[in-house]
Design a protein around this ligand. Structure first.
Ligand code: ADP
Ligand code: NI
Length: 215
C-alpha cells in the first residue's frame, strides 16, 4: 500500500508545481495528515482516504473553465496507470466530485465514510490559524482590504457573487469560515473544528480591539 501512496505523492507534487498558494502541495499534505488523524478514530478504508486526500485538488475547476469533471478524470487516469482496481478508482473519483464546498451546497449524490473524512480534513484547512492565513493570502491576491466596518457581511450571496465579491477579507469569516464547524461530518472532525473555531473567535476579538487602538 505504501508504494501506491508514494507514487501518488510524486504524481501530485509534480502536477501541482505551479499551483497557487491556496491549493499547493502543502495544502494537500496538510489535508492528507489531517485525514489520517481523523481516520485513526473513524476507521475508514486507509487507502481510499489517502488517495482521495492526495488527489482531491488535482485540477481546480476554477482554473479549468468551471469544468468539475477534470479533477476526477485526471485522478482516474493516474490511478489506472498504476494498475489500481476499478472499484477503488471509482470511489476516489466520487469523493473528488463531491468534495467541493460548491458540490455540498447542491444535492448530495454520493455518500461514504471516506468522503466524510476527507471533506472534514479539507474544511479544517480553511479554519484555525492556517485558515486565517489562507483567507488573508487570498484577500491580498484579490486586492481586498483587511476590514471595513461599513461593509457588512452578506450571508445570501449567489455562487457568482461569492466568487466576485470585493468585500473585505474579514467578511469571509462570517460568510464561510465560522459556518464550517457546523458542517463537519465525523466526530473527530467536529472536535478539531471546535478548537479551531474558538481560535478564530479569539483572533477576531483581538482584531477588533486592535482596530480600536485598544489592547
Ligand atoms: P476550498 O479549497 O476549500 O474549495 P476555495 O478554493 O474556495 O476553498 O478557497 C481556498 C482558500 O481561500 C480557502 O482557505 C478559503 O477560505 C479562501 N477564500 C476563498 N474565498 C475567499 C474570500 N472571498 N475571501 C477570503 N478568503 C477566501
Ligand atoms: Ni482542498
Amino acid at each position: 500500500m505504501q508504494h501506491i501512496i508514494d507514487q501518488t505523492i510524486n504524481f501530485v507534487k509534480i502536477t501541482l508545481v505551479n499551483a497557487e498558494t491556496g491549493h499547493d502541495w502543502f495544502h494537500i499534505e496538510r489535508v492528507y495528515k489531517t485525514a489520517q488523524t481523523i481516520n485513526a478514530t473513524e476507521k475508514g478504508d486507509e487507502l481510499i482516504v489517502a488517495l482521495a486526500a492526495l488527489l482531491h485538488d488535482i485540477a481546480d475547476s476554477k482554473f479549468n473553465n468551471g469544468d468539475e469533471e477534470i479533477g476526477p478524470q485526471k485522478a482516474g487516469e493516474f490511478l489506472k496507470s498504476i494498475g489500481l482496481e476499478n472499484e477503488i478508482i471509482h470511489h476516489v473519483q466520487e469523493i473528488i466530485r463531491n468534495l467541493s464546498y460548491k458540490a455540498s451546497l447542491g444535492e448530495i449524490s454520493f455518500k461514504s465514510k471516506e468522503l466524510d473524512i476527507v471533506q472534514d480534513a479539507d474544511r479544517l484547512d480553511a479554519i484555525g490559524a492556517i485558515g486565517i492565513a489562507r483567507a488573508f493570502t487570498y484577500g491580498g491576491y484579490k486586492n481586498r482590504v483587511l476590514y471595513d466596518p461599513e461593509v457588512k457581511p452578506n450571508l445570501n450571496m449567489s455562487k457568482e457573487e461569492y466568487k466576485n465579491t470585493t468585500a473585505p477579507t474579514l467578511n469571509h469569516f462570517y460568510e464561510k469560515l465560522l459556518l464550517l464547524k457546523d458542517l463537519m461530518k465525523t466526530s473527530a472532525g467536529k472536535a478539531m473544528a471546535e478548537q479551531r473555531h474558538q481560535f478564530m473567535l479569539t483572533y477576531l476579538e483581538q482584531f477588533y480591539a486592535e482596530w480600536e487602538g485598544k489592547l
